[in-house]
Design a protein around this ligand. Structure first.
Ligand code: GDP
Ligand code: IMO
Ligand code: MG
Length: 450
Protein backbone atom coordinates (compact mmCIF):
# COMPACT_ATOMS: atom_id res chain seq x y z
CA UNK A 1 0.00 0.00 0.00
CA UNK A 2 1.13 3.51 -0.78
CA UNK A 3 -0.10 6.36 1.41
CA UNK A 4 0.71 10.04 1.80
CA UNK A 5 2.58 10.64 5.07
CA UNK A 6 2.20 14.44 5.12
CA UNK A 7 -0.44 16.87 3.84
CA UNK A 8 -0.73 15.37 0.34
CA UNK A 9 1.24 15.96 -2.89
CA UNK A 10 4.18 13.94 -1.61
CA UNK A 11 4.73 12.20 -4.95
CA UNK A 12 2.38 9.23 -4.55
CA UNK A 13 1.62 9.21 -8.29
CA UNK A 14 5.25 8.68 -9.23
CA UNK A 15 5.82 6.00 -6.58
CA UNK A 16 2.62 4.16 -7.54
CA UNK A 17 3.58 4.24 -11.22
CA UNK A 18 7.00 2.78 -10.36
CA UNK A 19 5.68 -0.02 -8.15
CA UNK A 20 2.72 -0.80 -10.39
CA UNK A 21 5.08 -2.33 -12.92
CA UNK A 22 5.32 -5.43 -10.69
CA UNK A 23 1.68 -5.43 -9.51
CA UNK A 24 -1.32 -7.22 -10.97
CA UNK A 25 -3.74 -4.46 -10.02
CA UNK A 26 -3.81 -0.93 -8.62
CA UNK A 27 -6.75 0.15 -6.46
CA UNK A 28 -7.63 3.71 -5.39
CA UNK A 29 -9.57 3.48 -2.12
CA UNK A 30 -10.59 6.98 -1.00
CA UNK A 31 -10.77 10.64 -1.97
CA UNK A 32 -11.91 11.90 -5.32
CA UNK A 33 -10.77 14.41 -7.88
CA UNK A 34 -9.41 16.61 -5.12
CA UNK A 35 -6.35 14.43 -5.74
CA UNK A 36 -3.84 15.28 -8.43
CA UNK A 37 -1.20 12.63 -9.04
CA UNK A 38 1.64 13.40 -11.41
CA UNK A 39 3.64 10.93 -13.45
CA UNK A 40 6.57 12.03 -15.59
CA UNK A 41 7.79 9.62 -18.24
CA UNK A 42 10.51 11.01 -20.47
CA UNK A 43 9.24 14.28 -21.89
CA UNK A 44 5.62 13.41 -21.16
CA UNK A 45 3.71 14.44 -18.05
CA UNK A 46 0.45 12.94 -16.82
CA UNK A 47 -1.83 14.43 -14.20
CA UNK A 48 -4.36 11.93 -12.89
CA UNK A 49 -7.25 12.80 -10.58
CA UNK A 50 -9.42 9.70 -10.41
CA UNK A 51 -7.82 7.06 -12.58
CA UNK A 52 -5.25 4.99 -10.61
CA UNK A 53 -1.59 5.68 -11.38
CA UNK A 54 -1.09 2.21 -12.89
CA UNK A 55 -3.01 3.10 -16.05
CA UNK A 56 0.06 3.80 -18.18
CA UNK A 57 0.86 0.06 -18.29
CA UNK A 58 -1.16 -1.63 -21.03
CA UNK A 59 -3.86 -3.96 -19.68
CA UNK A 60 -2.95 -3.31 -16.03
CA UNK A 61 -6.09 -3.73 -13.96
CA UNK A 62 -6.89 -0.33 -12.42
CA UNK A 63 -9.73 -0.07 -9.93
CA UNK A 64 -11.64 2.88 -8.52
CA UNK A 65 -12.78 1.40 -5.23
CA UNK A 66 -16.02 1.82 -3.30
CA UNK A 67 -14.39 4.34 -0.92
CA UNK A 68 -13.79 6.88 -3.69
CA UNK A 69 -16.22 9.72 -4.41
CA UNK A 70 -16.52 9.97 -8.14
CA UNK A 71 -17.49 12.91 -10.32
CA UNK A 72 -18.53 11.10 -13.52
CA UNK A 73 -18.08 14.18 -15.68
CA UNK A 74 -14.47 14.49 -14.53
CA UNK A 75 -13.81 10.77 -14.91
CA UNK A 76 -15.14 10.74 -18.48
CA UNK A 77 -12.98 13.76 -19.30
CA UNK A 78 -9.98 11.98 -17.85
CA UNK A 79 -10.73 8.80 -19.81
CA UNK A 80 -11.13 10.81 -23.03
CA UNK A 81 -7.91 12.65 -22.36
CA UNK A 82 -6.03 9.41 -21.76
CA UNK A 83 -7.51 7.85 -24.90
CA UNK A 84 -6.53 10.89 -26.94
CA UNK A 85 -2.97 10.26 -25.76
CA UNK A 86 -3.32 6.63 -26.84
CA UNK A 87 -3.54 5.13 -23.36
CA UNK A 88 -5.66 2.00 -23.22
CA UNK A 89 -8.30 2.36 -20.49
CA UNK A 90 -10.06 -0.93 -21.21
CA UNK A 91 -8.85 -2.41 -17.92
CA UNK A 92 -10.30 0.36 -15.76
CA UNK A 93 -12.92 -0.91 -13.31
CA UNK A 94 -15.22 1.22 -11.18
CA UNK A 95 -16.91 -0.01 -8.04
CA UNK A 96 -20.69 -0.07 -8.37
CA UNK A 97 -20.79 1.08 -4.72
CA UNK A 98 -18.66 4.21 -5.12
CA UNK A 99 -20.58 7.42 -4.41
CA UNK A 100 -21.21 10.02 -7.08
CA UNK A 101 -20.43 13.69 -6.84
CA UNK A 102 -23.52 15.53 -8.00
CA UNK A 103 -23.85 19.14 -9.27
CA UNK A 104 -25.34 20.19 -5.92
CA UNK A 105 -22.27 18.91 -4.08
CA UNK A 106 -20.12 21.35 -6.04
CA UNK A 107 -22.45 24.23 -5.24
CA UNK A 108 -22.61 23.26 -1.55
CA UNK A 109 -18.82 23.02 -1.32
CA UNK A 110 -18.34 26.56 -2.66
CA UNK A 111 -21.25 27.95 -0.65
CA UNK A 112 -19.87 26.35 2.52
CA UNK A 113 -16.49 27.94 1.96
CA UNK A 114 -18.05 31.33 1.22
CA UNK A 115 -20.08 31.09 4.41
CA UNK A 116 -16.98 30.33 6.47
CA UNK A 117 -15.33 33.50 5.17
CA UNK A 118 -12.01 33.96 6.92
CA UNK A 119 -12.36 30.57 8.58
CA UNK A 120 -12.55 28.71 5.29
CA UNK A 121 -10.73 25.41 4.86
CA UNK A 122 -9.47 26.13 1.37
CA UNK A 123 -11.08 23.04 -0.13
CA UNK A 124 -10.54 22.14 -3.75
CA UNK A 125 -14.26 22.97 -4.28
CA UNK A 126 -14.76 19.68 -6.07
CA UNK A 127 -17.74 18.68 -3.91
CA UNK A 128 -15.79 16.13 -1.88
CA UNK A 129 -17.05 17.07 1.60
CA UNK A 130 -20.75 17.36 0.69
CA UNK A 131 -20.61 14.04 -1.17
CA UNK A 132 -19.12 12.16 1.80
CA UNK A 133 -21.69 13.94 4.02
CA UNK A 134 -24.52 12.58 1.86
CA UNK A 135 -22.95 9.13 1.98
CA UNK A 136 -22.98 9.21 5.79
CA UNK A 137 -26.51 10.62 5.81
CA UNK A 138 -27.54 7.75 3.55
CA UNK A 139 -28.64 10.16 0.86
CA UNK A 140 -25.84 9.37 -1.53
CA UNK A 141 -26.23 8.38 -5.17
CA UNK A 142 -24.01 5.48 -6.14
CA UNK A 143 -22.42 4.43 -9.39
CA UNK A 144 -24.89 1.53 -9.72
CA UNK A 145 -27.78 4.02 -9.62
CA UNK A 146 -26.63 5.38 -12.98
CA UNK A 147 -27.91 2.21 -14.59
CA UNK A 148 -31.57 2.70 -13.63
CA UNK A 149 -33.20 5.98 -14.55
CA UNK A 150 -36.23 5.51 -12.27
CA UNK A 151 -34.15 4.78 -9.20
CA UNK A 152 -31.73 7.57 -10.06
CA UNK A 153 -34.49 10.17 -10.27
CA UNK A 154 -36.05 9.03 -6.98
CA UNK A 155 -32.73 9.19 -5.20
CA UNK A 156 -31.87 12.62 -6.56
CA UNK A 157 -35.28 13.88 -5.44
CA UNK A 158 -34.69 12.52 -1.94
CA UNK A 159 -31.18 13.93 -1.77
CA UNK A 160 -32.28 17.39 -2.86
CA UNK A 161 -35.19 17.64 -0.46
CA UNK A 162 -33.25 18.36 2.78
CA UNK A 163 -30.95 20.80 0.98
CA UNK A 164 -33.72 23.09 -0.17
CA UNK A 165 -32.79 25.86 2.22
CA UNK A 166 -29.06 25.87 1.59
CA UNK A 167 -29.56 25.51 -2.14
CA UNK A 168 -32.08 28.33 -2.35
CA UNK A 169 -29.53 30.87 -3.64
CA UNK A 170 -28.89 28.48 -6.54
CA UNK A 171 -32.59 27.87 -7.29
CA UNK A 172 -32.17 29.11 -10.87
CA UNK A 173 -28.94 27.25 -11.51
CA UNK A 174 -29.62 25.08 -14.59
CA UNK A 175 -27.45 22.27 -13.20
CA UNK A 176 -30.06 21.74 -10.46
CA UNK A 177 -32.96 20.95 -12.77
CA UNK A 178 -34.12 17.46 -11.74
CA UNK A 179 -34.91 16.20 -15.22
CA UNK A 180 -31.82 17.64 -16.86
CA UNK A 181 -29.64 16.28 -14.05
CA UNK A 182 -31.14 12.81 -14.30
CA UNK A 183 -30.70 12.78 -18.05
CA UNK A 184 -27.12 13.99 -17.77
CA UNK A 185 -26.25 11.26 -15.26
CA UNK A 186 -28.02 8.54 -17.27
CA UNK A 187 -25.79 9.54 -20.19
CA UNK A 188 -22.75 9.20 -17.92
CA UNK A 189 -24.06 5.76 -16.97
CA UNK A 190 -24.08 4.70 -20.63
CA UNK A 191 -20.51 5.91 -21.04
CA UNK A 192 -19.22 4.20 -17.89
CA UNK A 193 -21.31 1.02 -17.91
CA UNK A 194 -18.58 -1.17 -19.42
CA UNK A 195 -16.27 -0.26 -16.50
CA UNK A 196 -18.73 -0.81 -13.62
CA UNK A 197 -18.03 -3.95 -11.59
CA UNK A 198 -18.09 -5.70 -8.22
CA UNK A 199 -14.55 -4.56 -7.52
CA UNK A 200 -14.22 -6.03 -4.01
CA UNK A 201 -14.76 -9.45 -5.54
CA UNK A 202 -12.17 -8.66 -8.19
CA UNK A 203 -9.67 -7.84 -5.42
CA UNK A 204 -10.46 -11.05 -3.51
CA UNK A 205 -9.97 -13.17 -6.61
CA UNK A 206 -6.54 -11.69 -7.19
CA UNK A 207 -5.49 -11.92 -3.55
CA UNK A 208 -6.74 -15.46 -3.20
CA UNK A 209 -4.59 -16.42 -6.18
CA UNK A 210 -1.58 -14.93 -4.43
CA UNK A 211 -1.35 -12.07 -6.93
CA UNK A 212 0.00 -8.65 -6.09
CA UNK A 213 -2.37 -5.78 -5.43
CA UNK A 214 -1.17 -2.24 -4.95
CA UNK A 215 -3.39 0.18 -3.03
CA UNK A 216 -2.97 3.82 -3.99
CA UNK A 217 -3.87 6.41 -1.37
CA UNK A 218 -4.80 10.00 -2.07
CA UNK A 219 -4.14 13.03 0.17
CA UNK A 220 -2.10 12.26 3.31
CA UNK A 221 -2.26 11.37 6.99
CA UNK A 222 -2.36 14.98 8.20
CA UNK A 223 -5.46 15.57 6.06
CA UNK A 224 -7.24 12.56 7.59
CA UNK A 225 -10.70 13.47 8.89
CA UNK A 226 -10.09 11.57 12.16
CA UNK A 227 -6.36 11.94 12.74
CA UNK A 228 -5.39 15.05 10.79
CA UNK A 229 -5.54 18.74 11.62
CA UNK A 230 -9.34 18.83 11.89
CA UNK A 231 -11.29 20.77 10.65
CA UNK A 232 -8.59 21.68 8.13
CA UNK A 233 -8.69 18.25 6.56
CA UNK A 234 -10.37 16.39 3.74
CA UNK A 235 -13.56 14.39 4.31
CA UNK A 236 -12.12 10.89 4.00
CA UNK A 237 -9.49 8.76 5.75
CA UNK A 238 -6.24 8.73 3.77
CA UNK A 239 -4.55 6.49 6.35
CA UNK A 240 -3.72 2.86 5.64
CA UNK A 241 -6.57 1.47 7.73
CA UNK A 242 -9.05 2.97 5.30
CA UNK A 243 -7.79 0.96 2.36
CA UNK A 244 -9.54 -2.11 3.68
CA UNK A 245 -12.87 -0.34 3.94
CA UNK A 246 -12.44 1.56 0.70
CA UNK A 247 -11.50 -1.49 -1.35
CA UNK A 248 -13.40 -4.22 0.48
CA UNK A 249 -10.45 -6.27 1.73
CA UNK A 250 -9.36 -7.22 5.25
CA UNK A 251 -6.39 -6.01 7.34
CA UNK A 252 -4.67 -9.37 6.89
CA UNK A 253 -4.60 -8.80 3.15
CA UNK A 254 -2.02 -6.04 3.61
CA UNK A 255 1.61 -6.82 4.21
CA UNK A 256 3.54 -3.71 3.22
CA UNK A 257 2.64 -0.07 3.83
CA UNK A 258 4.90 2.55 2.27
CA UNK A 259 4.52 6.17 3.33
CA UNK A 260 5.52 8.87 0.89
CA UNK A 261 7.07 12.04 2.28
CA UNK A 262 8.89 14.92 0.68
CA UNK A 263 12.31 15.83 2.04
CA UNK A 264 10.55 18.98 3.26
CA UNK A 265 6.87 19.75 3.80
CA UNK A 266 4.09 21.41 1.82
CA UNK A 267 0.45 22.07 2.49
CA UNK A 268 -2.31 23.54 0.28
CA UNK A 269 -5.21 25.34 1.88
CA UNK A 270 -5.64 26.66 5.40
CA UNK A 271 -4.81 25.10 8.76
CA UNK A 272 -1.92 24.65 11.19
CA UNK A 273 1.54 24.12 9.74
CA UNK A 274 4.14 24.21 12.53
CA UNK A 275 7.21 24.19 10.27
CA UNK A 276 6.02 26.70 7.67
CA UNK A 277 8.78 28.94 6.27
CA UNK A 278 7.56 32.51 6.02
CA UNK A 279 10.60 34.22 4.46
CA UNK A 280 12.07 34.26 0.94
CA UNK A 281 13.52 30.80 1.36
CA UNK A 282 9.93 29.54 1.21
CA UNK A 283 9.56 31.18 -2.22
CA UNK A 284 12.86 29.71 -3.38
CA UNK A 285 11.81 26.17 -2.41
CA UNK A 286 8.34 26.69 -3.90
CA UNK A 287 9.81 27.71 -7.25
CA UNK A 288 12.50 25.05 -7.22
CA UNK A 289 10.09 22.30 -6.22
CA UNK A 290 7.34 23.54 -8.57
CA UNK A 291 5.03 23.67 -5.57
CA UNK A 292 1.81 24.69 -7.26
CA UNK A 293 -1.30 22.54 -6.93
CA UNK A 294 -1.82 19.80 -9.52
CA UNK A 295 -5.59 20.15 -9.17
CA UNK A 296 -6.22 23.82 -8.42
CA UNK A 297 -2.94 25.50 -9.39
CA UNK A 298 -2.75 27.18 -5.96
CA UNK A 299 0.68 27.99 -4.54
CA UNK A 300 1.54 25.39 -1.90
CA UNK A 301 2.74 26.56 1.50
CA UNK A 302 6.28 25.34 2.13
CA UNK A 303 8.07 24.33 5.33
CA UNK A 304 10.89 22.25 6.76
CA UNK A 305 10.49 18.53 7.22
CA UNK A 306 8.30 17.96 10.28
CA UNK A 307 9.56 14.81 11.94
CA UNK A 308 7.06 15.04 14.79
CA UNK A 309 4.22 14.81 12.26
CA UNK A 310 6.05 12.21 10.18
CA UNK A 311 6.64 9.92 13.17
CA UNK A 312 2.93 10.31 13.99
CA UNK A 313 2.02 9.34 10.41
CA UNK A 314 4.38 6.38 10.61
CA UNK A 315 2.60 5.04 13.69
CA UNK A 316 -0.91 5.76 12.39
CA UNK A 317 -0.20 3.84 9.21
CA UNK A 318 2.16 1.21 10.66
CA UNK A 319 4.55 2.15 7.88
CA UNK A 320 6.94 -0.59 6.86
CA UNK A 321 8.99 1.78 4.73
CA UNK A 322 9.37 5.41 3.79
CA UNK A 323 9.81 6.91 0.37
CA UNK A 324 11.51 10.30 0.53
CA UNK A 325 10.86 12.36 -2.58
CA UNK A 326 12.26 15.67 -3.84
CA UNK A 327 15.57 15.42 -2.04
CA UNK A 328 17.04 17.24 -5.08
CA UNK A 329 15.05 20.36 -4.20
CA UNK A 330 17.18 20.83 -1.05
CA UNK A 331 20.50 20.83 -2.97
CA UNK A 332 22.48 24.03 -2.67
CA UNK A 333 21.34 24.98 0.82
CA UNK A 334 24.14 25.61 3.28
CA UNK A 335 22.12 24.13 6.12
CA UNK A 336 18.81 22.30 6.37
CA UNK A 337 16.46 22.49 9.33
CA UNK A 338 14.38 19.54 10.53
CA UNK A 339 11.69 19.80 13.16
CA UNK A 340 12.26 17.47 16.10
CA UNK A 341 9.73 18.85 18.61
CA UNK A 342 7.07 21.52 18.92
CA UNK A 343 7.07 24.48 21.25
CA UNK A 344 3.63 25.67 22.29
CA UNK A 345 2.14 28.47 24.37
CA UNK A 346 3.98 29.28 27.62
CA UNK A 347 7.07 27.53 26.33
CA UNK A 348 5.55 24.06 26.61
CA UNK A 349 7.41 21.41 24.61
CA UNK A 350 5.86 18.52 22.72
CA UNK A 351 7.61 15.45 21.42
CA UNK A 352 4.35 13.96 20.19
CA UNK A 353 1.78 15.30 17.81
CA UNK A 354 -0.69 17.17 20.06
CA UNK A 355 -4.28 15.94 19.89
CA UNK A 356 -5.73 19.25 21.10
CA UNK A 357 -6.40 21.79 18.38
CA UNK A 358 -5.61 24.82 20.57
CA UNK A 359 -2.21 23.37 21.37
CA UNK A 360 -1.56 22.53 17.75
CA UNK A 361 -2.59 25.97 16.50
CA UNK A 362 0.07 27.56 18.71
CA UNK A 363 2.73 24.96 18.03
CA UNK A 364 5.90 26.10 16.35
CA UNK A 365 8.43 23.58 15.12
CA UNK A 366 11.75 23.51 16.94
CA UNK A 367 14.42 22.54 14.53
CA UNK A 368 17.78 20.92 14.48
CA UNK A 369 20.16 22.34 11.90
CA UNK A 370 21.91 19.81 9.67
CA UNK A 371 24.60 20.49 7.08
CA UNK A 372 23.44 20.86 3.47
CA UNK A 373 25.20 19.89 0.23
CA UNK A 374 26.14 21.78 -2.91
CA UNK A 375 25.98 19.06 -5.55
CA UNK A 376 23.17 18.54 -8.03
CA UNK A 377 21.95 15.02 -7.19
CA UNK A 378 19.58 14.51 -10.13
CA UNK A 379 21.88 11.91 -11.69
CA UNK A 380 22.51 9.87 -8.53
CA UNK A 381 21.18 6.33 -8.82
CA UNK A 382 22.78 4.64 -5.80
CA UNK A 383 22.95 5.75 -2.21
CA UNK A 384 26.72 5.81 -2.49
CA UNK A 385 26.44 8.46 -5.25
CA UNK A 386 24.81 10.91 -2.83
CA UNK A 387 26.91 13.53 -1.03
CA UNK A 388 27.67 12.46 2.58
CA UNK A 389 25.49 15.27 3.99
CA UNK A 390 22.49 14.03 2.00
CA UNK A 391 23.04 10.50 3.29
CA UNK A 392 23.32 11.84 6.84
CA UNK A 393 20.09 13.75 6.37
CA UNK A 394 18.25 10.59 5.29
CA UNK A 395 19.78 8.59 8.13
CA UNK A 396 18.53 11.20 10.59
CA UNK A 397 14.99 10.88 9.18
CA UNK A 398 14.99 7.07 9.29
CA UNK A 399 16.35 6.98 12.84
CA UNK A 400 13.96 9.60 14.16
CA UNK A 401 10.88 7.98 12.66
CA UNK A 402 12.05 4.41 13.19
CA UNK A 403 11.11 3.56 9.61
CA UNK A 404 13.63 2.39 6.99
CA UNK A 405 13.82 4.32 3.75
CA UNK A 406 13.08 2.24 0.66
CA UNK A 407 13.16 4.76 -2.14
CA UNK A 408 14.63 8.25 -2.61
CA UNK A 409 13.43 10.71 -5.23
CA UNK A 410 16.10 12.88 -6.86
CA UNK A 411 14.01 14.41 -9.63
CA UNK A 412 10.53 14.20 -11.20
CA UNK A 413 11.58 11.69 -13.88
CA UNK A 414 10.63 8.04 -13.57
CA UNK A 415 14.27 6.97 -13.48
CA UNK A 416 15.29 9.68 -11.01
CA UNK A 417 15.12 7.41 -7.99
CA UNK A 418 17.48 5.57 -5.72
CA UNK A 419 16.45 2.20 -4.37
CA UNK A 420 18.04 1.68 -0.98
CA UNK A 421 19.13 -1.77 0.08
CA UNK A 422 15.97 -2.06 2.15
CA UNK A 423 13.88 -0.96 -0.82
CA UNK A 424 15.46 -3.51 -3.11
CA UNK A 425 14.74 -6.27 -0.63
CA UNK A 426 11.09 -5.41 -0.10
CA UNK A 427 10.37 -4.38 -3.67
CA UNK A 428 8.19 -6.98 -5.31
CA UNK A 429 9.59 -8.92 -8.23
CA UNK A 430 12.72 -6.79 -8.22
CA UNK A 431 14.58 -7.36 -11.45
CA UNK A 432 17.25 -10.02 -10.90
CA UNK A 433 19.83 -7.96 -12.75
CA UNK A 434 19.76 -4.98 -10.41
CA UNK A 435 22.73 -4.65 -8.07
CA UNK A 436 22.13 -6.09 -4.62
CA UNK A 437 18.64 -7.21 -5.55
CA UNK A 438 17.07 -10.25 -3.96
CA UNK A 439 13.82 -11.78 -5.03
CA UNK A 440 11.09 -11.87 -2.45
CA UNK A 441 10.38 -15.42 -1.31
CA UNK A 442 7.09 -16.86 -2.55
CA UNK A 443 4.33 -15.51 -0.38
CA UNK A 444 1.41 -17.41 1.04
CA UNK A 445 -1.65 -16.78 -1.08
CA UNK A 446 -4.08 -14.03 -0.34
CA UNK A 447 -1.67 -11.26 0.66
CA UNK A 448 -1.09 -7.85 -0.84
CA UNK A 449 2.17 -6.01 -1.00
CA UNK A 450 3.74 -2.96 -2.44
P1 GDP B 1 0.87 13.28 -5.36
O1 GDP B 1 -0.41 14.02 -5.22
O2 GDP B 1 1.33 12.71 -4.05
O3 GDP B 1 0.86 12.25 -6.45
O4 GDP B 1 1.96 14.37 -5.77
P2 GDP B 1 1.78 15.52 -6.89
O5 GDP B 1 1.81 14.89 -8.22
O6 GDP B 1 0.61 16.40 -6.57
O7 GDP B 1 3.05 16.41 -6.61
C1 GDP B 1 4.33 15.89 -6.64
C2 GDP B 1 5.16 16.69 -7.65
O8 GDP B 1 6.53 16.43 -7.43
C3 GDP B 1 4.90 16.30 -9.08
O9 GDP B 1 5.04 17.46 -9.88
C4 GDP B 1 6.00 15.30 -9.40
O10 GDP B 1 6.36 15.27 -10.77
C5 GDP B 1 7.13 15.87 -8.58
N1 GDP B 1 8.10 14.88 -8.06
C6 GDP B 1 7.88 13.62 -7.59
N2 GDP B 1 9.03 13.10 -7.09
C7 GDP B 1 9.98 14.06 -7.26
C8 GDP B 1 11.38 14.13 -6.93
O11 GDP B 1 11.97 13.22 -6.36
N3 GDP B 1 12.01 15.32 -7.26
C9 GDP B 1 11.39 16.36 -7.87
N4 GDP B 1 12.09 17.46 -8.14
N5 GDP B 1 10.09 16.30 -8.18
C10 GDP B 1 9.40 15.18 -7.88
P1 IMO C 1 -3.27 14.45 -3.43
O1 IMO C 1 -3.89 13.08 -3.56
C1 IMO C 1 -2.98 18.19 -1.19
C2 IMO C 1 -6.65 19.63 0.75
C3 IMO C 1 -7.28 20.90 0.20
C4 IMO C 1 -7.88 21.47 1.48
C5 IMO C 1 -8.36 20.21 2.20
C6 IMO C 1 -9.84 19.91 2.01
O2 IMO C 1 -2.92 15.06 -4.73
O3 IMO C 1 -2.15 14.40 -2.45
P2 IMO C 1 -11.21 18.92 -0.04
O4 IMO C 1 -11.42 19.45 -1.43
O5 IMO C 1 -10.59 17.58 0.02
O6 IMO C 1 -12.46 19.02 0.80
O7 IMO C 1 -10.17 19.96 0.64
O8 IMO C 1 -7.60 19.14 1.70
N1 IMO C 1 -6.42 18.56 -0.25
C7 IMO C 1 -5.22 18.23 -0.75
N2 IMO C 1 -4.00 18.78 -0.55
N3 IMO C 1 -3.10 17.10 -1.98
C8 IMO C 1 -4.31 16.52 -2.18
O9 IMO C 1 -4.46 15.37 -2.85
C9 IMO C 1 -5.44 17.12 -1.58
N4 IMO C 1 -6.76 16.82 -1.57
C10 IMO C 1 -7.35 17.71 -0.75
O10 IMO C 1 -6.31 21.75 -0.35
O11 IMO C 1 -6.88 22.07 2.27
MG1 MG D 1 -1.26 15.87 -5.63
Amino acid sequence: MIVGAQWGDEGKGKVTDLLAEQADAVIRFQGGNNAGHTIVRGTEEWKLHLVPSGILYPRKLCVIGNGVVLDPRVLIEEIDHLRARRVDVGSLKISANAHLIMPYHLLLDSAGEARLGKLQIGTTRRGIGPCYADKAARLGIRVQDLLDETILKKKITAALEPKRLSLRPFAKDPSLDLHAMTEEYVTYGHRLEQHIADTARTAWELLDQGRTVLFEGAQGAMLDIDHGTYPFVTSSNPVAGAACVGAGVGPRDIDEVWGVSKAYTTRVGAGPFPTEIHDELGDVLRQRGGEFGTTTGRARRVGWLDLVALRYAARLNTLTALTVTKLDVLSGLETIDVCVRYRGAEDAQFDHFPYHQSVLHHAVGETERLPGWEEDIGECRREADLPPAARDYLRFVAEFTGVPIALIGVGPGRDQVIWTEHGQRSRLGASPGAAGTERMPARPSGRAAA
